[in-house]
Design a binder for this molecule. Structure first.
Ligand code: HEC
Ligand code: HEC
Length: 463
């Protein structure tokens, strides 16, 4: 069921009895009580990756990372981990980074597009987050619009269709959450919460997500031999795919290193302009980043719009379905008649076998990248406001709120006025609430229902 936030309810025909607010307004507490229990190890996990020789040495130093990996602080990355999985990063406390970036899928998800806080879908496929320490320069997001990971982690927090949170609000929320005081202190020496510290922690945590333990790595390090099919697949890959999917991460590039700013023949008419969209440069229409192919076997569906369900579909595309267009690198190299490599069935099997050697199980289940919160409530779908009636009463009007609450969940309910002042607050696990009107003159109110870390908000116009 889609969540409908800001359901507007009209309460009609009530005689306004002017009543002044009694006493000074209480401070609004928007913070839900907690988000589950935090389980962290006594000694922080080690987040500094040991980068193997075969990565650093890759073709004349092409394997070099962007430097941010060299100084990952374990306490800062730990804070990043806690934030990454905290639903309070979203405006309605319903989603965290990990709702879309899930460890089991190399920190992408299995959806074509993903649902943000308002139920609206993202316009692009969620990207995996492994090995971003190798992105250099203007190279983050599908369309290369962001120049650093610090900047890239801020965008989803603010994006209205993702987490939709205002930074000052988020800082207030975290300040009111006890867990964070110690975490910020451990990480930065004092408990001040700033945007810069939040983004730095998230970026450190994400930077630590490296995958060096795949069969491909073991092969590059000389410790195992690939099977014959995997090995043939690797040769096919190097010959036909490797000039775009370069570096030992097979796709992690900067746009100028990317062969040289063209597309891979998915379309000839572009509904999503990609890099052309924000640069305004027609030449870059339809240009998207090739994300790292490490762990690609677990990041389906594929491409910026999730158009291919399986790796088999991707291979069929490069084999026979490439669409000639002026901006395609294939046009430039092979001419405008090129519609694919025409792989044989055997070659397709080999390519697939090679792509599967790129999965690093350690990334997918190492506890240091897992959810540190336990008992997190993940949905408020059951909280449905069925109706509000106002019953005039000789001494005081009553508001009657009816809920779908057959599960008897305990909700904290706050009513805020248009200035955001808390005017009523109570707790209930009933299906029907009877509230004395108290100090509610005609006006616009917000009813916030909170349970655990989740919150749902309804706007009420009270006439
Ligand atoms: C609603 C789903 C959703 C949520 C929640 C979300 N993301 Fe994303 N993320 C995406 C999508 C979709 C993209 C690709 C967007 C694009 O390229 O335009 C993306 C891209 C990214 C990238 C760029 C990766 C790259 O290779 O360039 C980073 C970094 C990132 N997200 C981090 C985060 C962090 C940190 C959070 C939490 C603060 C977060 N995301 C929350 C869906 C989500
Ligand atoms: C012309 C450069 C180029 C060549 C050659 C190329 N690719 Fe790609 N590849 C890309 C780009 C760019 C994308 C992302 C395109 C998009 O989403 O719009 C991509 C995406 C992919 C993806 C999906 C990644 C994801 O996470 O969604 C896979 C898998 C892939 N390529 C495999 C291959 C294989 C296998 C070959 C060789 C048969 C190959 N590529 C050849 C540029 C190339």
């Amino acid at each position: 069921m889609k969540k409908t936030f800001y359901t507007t309810l009209l309460l009609l025909a009530i005689v306004v009895i002017g009543q002044a607010l009694s006493g000074p307004p209480k401070k609004v507490l928007v913070l839900p009580p907690d988000q589950g229990e935090l389980n962290l190890p006594e000694v922080a996990f080690d987040y500094s990756p040991d980068i193997p020789q075969h990565i650093n040495d890759f073709i004349l130093g092409w394997g070099a990372n962007n430097g941010t990996l060299n100084s990952i602080d374990d306490q800062i990355a730990t804070l990043g981990r806690v934030l990454f999985y905290d639903n309070r990063l979203s405006d309605d406390n319903s989603l965290s980074c990990a709702s879309c970036h899930q460890q089991a899928f190399a920190f992408s998800d299995d959806k074509v597009f993903s649902e943000g806080i308002d139920g609206i879908l993202t316009t692009r496929n969620t990207m995996p987050l492994n090995d971003l320490g190798w992105q250099i320069g203007q190279s983050f997001f599908w369309d290369f619009r962001s120049a650093s990971l610090n900047d890239a982690v801020l965008q989803p927090i603010l994006a209205t269709h993702e987490l939709g949170k205002q930074m000052p609000d988020l800082i207030n929320k975290l300040e009111a959450a006890d867990e964070y005081r110690t975490l910020f202190e451990n990480a930065f020496g004092d408990d001040e919460i700033t945007q810069q510290r939040i983004t730095h922690s998230l970026a450190s945590f994400i930077n630590s997500m490296v995958s060096f333990e795949s069969r491909y790595d073991q092969h590059l390090a000389g410790s195992i031999e690939l099977t014959e099919s995997e090995s043939l697949g690797m040769d096919l890959f190097n010959g036909n795919c490797g000039f775009c999917h370069v570096t030992p991460h097979l796709g992690v590039t900067d746009p100028f290193g990317f062969f040289p700013g063209g597309n891979n023949g998915l379309d000839s008419v572009f509904t999503d302009l990609g890099m052309g969209g924000w640069t305004g440069d027609d030449f870059l229409n339809g240009v998207f980043r090739a994300p790292s192919l490490r762990n690609t076997a677990v990041t389906a569906p594929y491409m910026h719009d999730g158009r291919f369900e399986t790796l088999e579909d991707v291979i069929d595309f490069y084999s026979d379905e490439v669409i000639p267009n002026e901006g395609s690198v294939f046009n430039w190299i092979f001419g405008e008649d090129f519609t694919g490599y025409g792989f044989s069935d055997g070659e397709k099997i080999d390519l697939l076998a090679f792509l599967k050697t790129l999965t690093d199980q350690n990334l997918l289940d190492n506890e240091k990248w897992s959810n540190p919160w336990t008992g997190t409530v993940t949905s408020l779908d059951d909280f449905v406001l069925k109706g509000i009636n106002v019953y005039p009463n000789p001494t005081e009007d009553h508001l009657v709120i009816e809920l779908n609450n057959s599960e008897r969940i305990t909700y904290n309910i706050n009513i805020l006025d248009a200035q955001g002042r808390l005017v009523q607050s109570f707790e209930t696990n009933e299906q029907q609430l009877n509230i004395a009107r108290g100090s509610l003159p005609a006006g616009v109110y917000e009813l916030q229902a909170t349970t655990g870390a989740l919150q749902k908000t309804f706007k009420i116009i009270y006439q």
